[in-house]
Design a protein around this ligand. Structure first.
Ligand code: MN
Length: 249
């Protein structure tokens, strides 16, 4: 039975090809692809001009939503666009269709930074368009510096998937330091989701869908830590869920 024990005919570090899950990645950057490969996945970069939806997902076992520009507020029924909000509507439309198709199929989803915002909007939630102007007392969530510089801590709620995945990385108060490069955040959480982490200023830093096989979004950038293994648990949990999906099909 696949996955039931060590496969001595293959390398100990590379899972058997047939069990190597394929992860759809629109708008990739190198760190995302490296983090996926390190966790044992085969990234498949989607080309929106050729990879029609939902058919492009037929060959995929999971979806990674990556960082980027702001989601068009029209898509969450906010009639006013804040002056700092910059949008890429073609990308929004493709990624929201991709996310809804993945949710419909129950495919594992890991969503990062803009990705968690896309996930929340695709599932019916809303966003804060500009943290500094809407919540003036907030921590600096876009302080600059190296991509893996720790900017603030997040409080991870016990009994969440996120808490299980981060396990030993959390301190005794269930906190962990994260990097931060965002000026928007989840506002009204989508139906069926729950908050799994917040910053000390109340900004939502992670959400998850408890009933899904794996559906988790984080506002920080765990992929920037792939060289050290910090946050590797997020990618491993995601890729393991995608592998189960692959073996089930
Ligand atoms: Mn932050």
């Amino acid at each position: 039975m696949p996955g039931s024990g060590p496969d001595v005919t293959r390398s100990a570090t590379a899972p058997a090809d047939e069990a190597r899950p394929v992860i759809a990645v629109p708008w990739p950057k190198p760190d995302y692809l490296d983090a996926l490969a390190r966790a044992g996945a085969e990234p498949r970069v989607l080309d929106p001009s050729n990879d029609g939806l939902p058919a492009a997902l037929d060959a995929c076992d999971g979806v990674l939503l990556t960082g980027g520009a702001d989601v068009d507020p029209v898509l969450y029924a906010d009639p006013e666009r804040h002056p700092t909000t910059t949008v890429d509507r073609a990308r929004d439309d493709y990624e929201i269709a991709l996310t809804r198709a993945a949710l419909d199929r129950g495919l594992p989803i890991l969503a990062i930074c803009r990705g968690v915002q896309v996930l929340n909007v695709a599932a019916g939630g809303t966003l804060v368009q500009d943290l500094p102007s809407e919540q003036p007392a907030v921590l600096p969530h876009k302080p600059g510096g190296a991509p893996d510089r720790v900017a603030h801590e997040v409080d991870v709620r016990p009994d969440t998937r996120l808490a299980r995945l981060l396990g030993g990385q959390l301190d005794t108060n269930h906190r962990v330091g994260v990097n931060s490069r965002h000026h928007q955040s989840v506002k009204r959480i989508a139906p069926g989701f729950r908050v799994s982490a917040t910053a000390s200023d109340g900004v939502i830093e992670a959400i998850e869908q408890p009933d899904a096989p794996f559906c988790l979004g984080v506002q920080w950038h765990p992929e920037n830590f792939w060289r050290t293994g910090t946050f590797a648990g997020l990618f491993e949990g995601f890729v393991n869920a995608a592998r189960r999906e692959r073996l089930r099909r």
